[in-house]
Design a protein around this ligand. Structure first.
Ligand code: FGO
Length: 420
């Protein structure tokens, strides 16, 4: 067992490009004659996360000796995945398992499609309670946290050195440093995607809360101030909105200094960076405590439509992927936070962290993290309403107040059933 774990580790970190097509082929072979096949629909589009998932599956399937297998089925992006699942419910062609955000679980439960984890007899003891609780609806746990990320601060250490700048720990320090470097470089150095994810970090760290007395509020005072802050960053020349693709795919479009982005982006950042890539906890309201990261990434859920054999196989698989060892291996290969509290003491992590401080950043940041609301409509809201408002304001098409007031009206209409 020990040796094979070391093998995935090397596959996951060193040989991604070579390992990827191979793992897919191995799985095809493993599933070729299997009596029981449990499909797992996922939203990983490539790189380390997809490769690390496939490596885990290869290892699990190997233990089944060809009689049963888990088959990963990529469905595009996370949003494509939920769209395809909705179509699958309608067509009655549902997989055994899928990745799901907390709000996706709430939505699928409206159709009574998801099995409570307790019905599988799976023991979640030892898992991070912050993650497990987030999948609870009316007291029942419906998801097994699998690939959970937190935002961290990425920075260009070469640029900081050039200006003799320290790594900022508070928002004030961050703004002062970003301004100074941007003035020196004559181009904005804080790269950000004007979307609900980036906004969440700034909003939560300023004390914002989307739910007020049970009501979803997008145009709160803190909300408007947060958006004004980002808009001012652009106007003042230190913040650069990235409107196409991931930040790591936009390094060449200017001088990258900082970003506040998902920890699961680490491997993508690392391979794209032509500079000394640094990581640190998010700047806090003061320098005494990191800011609050948005928790992203998904849980694994099991659908009611899975038959008894698929359910049993899915249960075994879930048990396998949440073990301290599997989570340690998956975490260091990808930048996801190990969901098992025991992973931190696992040799894979303790040895790795000594030489790779970026992973320590993620473990530290994971103690300062918040979730978005887990309501069924949230996916639509975060992309089509809130995300849209953020983009409009950042691109100067509306004032932050007007954009968020409009978003509030849209949310009120949606939640009251006046629009869909
Ligand atoms: C992504 C999305 C949601 C919801 C948040 C929701 C739906 C956000 C954000 C919108 O697993 P995470 O942390 O990171 C992803 C991981 C695997 O693909 O790697 C990241 N990645 C991939 C390629 C790359 O070049 N760079 C890179 O960083 C990728 O982001 O999830 C973060 C990004 C977004 O997808 O644009 O979670 N998100 N809440 N999506 N559908 N629903 O409720």
């Amino acid at each position: 067992m020990k040796r094979s774990f070391a093998l995935w580790l090397s596959l996951g970190i060193v040989g991604l490009a070579v390992a990827q097509p191979k793992a897919e082929d191995v799985i095809k072979e493993q599933c070729a004659k299997a009596e029981v096949v449990a499909e797992l629909w996922h939203g990983f589009t490539g790189g380390a996360p997809k490769a690390a998932l496939e490596n885990l599956i290869v290892e699990f399937n190997r233990g089944k000796g060809g009689s049963a297998c888990v088959r990963p089925v990529p469905q595009g992006s996370y949003r494509d995945l939920s769209t395809k699942l909705k179509a699958a419910f309608a067509a009655n062609k549902v997989p055994a398992m899928a990745q799901a955000f907390e709000n996706n679980i709430a939505l699928y439960l409206e159709g009574d499609a998801v099995l409570p984890i307790s019905s599988l007899g799976l023991d979640l003891k030892g898992l991070n309670p912050l993650f497990v609780n987030a999948t609870k609806i009316k007291g029942q746990v419906y998801g097994v946290p699998f690939n959970k990320s937190v935002q961290i601060m990425y920075y260009n250490n070469d640029l900081l050195k050039k200006y003799g700048a320290k790594v900022p720990t508070s928002i004030d320090e961050f703004v002062a440093t970003a301004k100074r470097l941007s003035e020196g470089e004559k181009t904005p150095v804080y790269f950000f995607v004007p979307d609900a994810s980036t906004y969440a970090y700034w909003f939560f760290t300023r004390g914002g809360n989307y739910l007020q007395n049970g009501k979803l509020v997008l145009n709160s005072k803190v909300g408007v101030e947060t958006l004004e802050f980002l808009v001012k960053g652009v106007k003042d020349g230190w913040a650069k909105p990235i409107t196409q693709g991931f930040i790591n795919a936009n390094f060449g479009s200017g001088t990258f200094g900082f970003s506040t982005d998902t920890s699961a982006g680490y491997s993508f950042y690392k391979s794209a960076a032509k500079f000394d890539l640094g990581t640190a906890p998010l700047p806090g309201k003061t320098g005494k405590q990191p800011g609050y990261a948005l928790v992203q990434g998904t849980n694994l859920i099991v659908f009611k439509q899975a038959d008894a054999k698929e359910r049993a196989l899915a249960t075994e698989f879930l048990k396998f992927v949440i073990s301290p060892k599997a989570q340690a291996v998956f975490g260091v290969a990808t930048g996801y936070v190990p969901v098992h509290l025991g992973s931190g003491a696992d040799a894979t992590v303790t040895r790795y962290v000594k030489e790779n401080p970026w992973f320590g950043t993620i473990l530290t940041q994971s103690r300062y993290a918040r979730f978005e609301p887990a309501i069924a409509e949230w996916e639509q809201i975060r992309f089509d309403i809130l995300g849209q408002a953020i983009k409009e304001a950042v691109l100067g098409q509306a004032t932050p107040k007007a954009a968020l007031d409009k978003a509030q009206k849209q949310v009120d209409d949606l939640l009251a059933g006046r629009t869909r």
